[in-house]
Design a protein around this ligand. Structure first.
Ligand SMILES: Cc1cc2nc3c(=O)[nH]c(=O)nc-3n(C[C@H](O)[C@H](O)[C@H](O)COP(=O)(O)OP(=O)(O)OC[C@H]3O[C@@H](n4cnc5c(N)ncnc54)[C@H](O)[C@@H]3O)c2cc1C
Length: 392
């Protein structure tokens, strides 16, 4: 097989890149190791920055998003049994965010891709990227029980944080900056209407909790738990009791309970690979960087990477110049580091440190009080949360 751009991974980054390239007349092939049903059911993100919504519209994948997405104008911070609203349009000059599940984005993009091409192969696992420094890199992969070769002009690793594309970077050109957090998130999906109209970020007595939603009838909630937590130790009643305690305020508010349909534990990690390209191999999305989900940045960063990369490829296709492609890594990394910093700050401000002392807790409170008392500090949070501009 031969193509111009070989894309490894059919998550949001790989699928969106394929659509954006298709629209500029650049052919590509997407290799996805998992089955379609698995990819479409994998529960992950749900908060979209305006730029992410714009990118999905640009490639014709936003009909359902426009009909079903929930536009949010702010978030709530809860601590010390008080509630404080951060109003995004007022603080950012009109920006909002949209709630629409990553599973639905993936379904929309897969449906378009299968209807209009270019090729998307499921259960096609990439084994290695060979000769990334050459003019003709090759992806070796297994599909239908046979090992095959995909010859490309360029390869893009959109294969997530456990993918193989990173491994094709020689150790001497690659730097990995990583931080592991001493806690995880227990996430649930519940068939119950959300108890609030906007997301609630709570710093409660037992740690952090987040109330989010996927639709008017499905709630998504998270609890800070110790690393190594087993979901079996968290029966439904224990989860609801702990969530209720962490969201409790002085005043009238109640967390509605309902049947829990999914439970999972996610460790928290920050990691950035530099550079994001080597020769003719590029990394995008979680393959290049991961952030703890507190800032809701992972999916949005994946989308901003491929928007930049698609523009670099379009410029090359139009003019033959590789000037933008050569600067892909620098064009992305400033935004990546700012999102990494924001996610780190939000995480540290809202989670209980397992060995934290009273001083740590007072510092967290001082940060939260600063945000709720100062328009300048609140505007800084709102600007980062709703998304910083693209470099290109
Ligand atoms: C609990 C949770 C909540 C989150 N909440 C948010 C949020 O609110 N907002 C936000 O922006 N982000 C959030 N994120 C992060 C977001 O889900 C990820 O950043 C996003 O999925 C990244 O997309 P991606 O396409 O880069 O990678 P992935 O979604 O990981 O896709 C990579 C794809 O590559 C495939 N693959 C892997 N190896 C191979 C191989 N060898 N060959 C072929 N295919 C391969 C995988 O099967 C997968 O389909 C959350 C994450 C979690 C876990």
């Amino acid at each position: 097989m031969r193509t111009t751009v070989g894309i490894i991974g059919g998550g949001p980054a790989g699928l969106l890149l394929a659509r954006l390239l298709h629209r500029t007349g650049i052919d590509c092939v997407v290799l996805e190791s998992r089955a379609r049903a698995y990819v479409e059911q994998r529960q992950r993100a749900g908060m979209l920055e305006q730029g992410t919504v714009d990118a999905l519209r640009e490639c014709g994948a936003a009909d359902r998003l426009d009909a079903e997405g929930l536009i949010h104008h702010g978030i709530e911070l809860r601590f010390e049994r008080e509630r404080h609203r951060i109003d995004f349009p007022v603080l950012t000059g009109g920006r909002t965010v949209t709630i629409y599940a990553q599973t639905e984005i993936v379904k929309d993009l897969i449906a378009l891709q299968l209807a209009e091409g270019p090729p998307l192969l499921f259960e096609a696992e990439a084994l290695a990227v060979e000769k990334p420094e050459s003019q003709a890199p090759v992806v070796r992969f297994v599909h239908e029980g046979r090992e095959q070769m995909l010859s490309c002009d360029y390869v893009v690793g959109c294969d997530g944080s456990h993918g193989i594309a990173q491994g094709a970077f020689p150790a001497e050109v690659s730097c990995v900056y990583a931080h592991d957090y001493p806690y995880s998130w227990l996430g649930i999906l519940a068939d119950v209407p959300p108890s609030c109209e906007e997301l609630i970020y709570a710093r409660g007595p037992g740690g952090f909790a987040l109330h989010s939603m996927r639709s008017p009838s499905v709630s998504r909630l998270y609890l800070q738990v110790p690393n190594g937590t087993d979901v079996k130790d968290w029966p439904d009643d224990r989860i609801w009791d702990e969530l209720s305690a962490r969201f409790a305020i002085d005043g009238d508010w109640r967390l509605e309970r309902g049947p829990i349909t999914s439970k999972s534990v996610t460790p928290m990690r920050s990691c950035v690979h530099e550079p994001m390209c080597h020769g003719r191999l590029f990394l995008a999305g979680d393959a290049a960087h991961i952030v703890p989900p507190t800032g809701a940045k992972g999916l949005n960063l994946a989308v901003s990477d491929v928007r930049v990369l698609a523009r670099c490829f379009a410029e090359f296709h139009r003019t033959g110049s590789t000037q933008l492609l050569d600067h892909y890594s620098e064009l992305c990394l400033e935004r990546v580091w700012q999102a990494t910093r924001f996610s780190y700050d939000m995480t540290r401000m809202l989670h209980t440190q397992p060995n934290g002392d009273v001083f740590d807790r007072r510092m967290q409170l001082a940060r939260l009080r600063r945000i709720t008392a100062s328009r300048h500090a609140a505007a800084e949070l709102a600007a980062n949360y709703t998304g910083l501009p693209l470099a290109l």
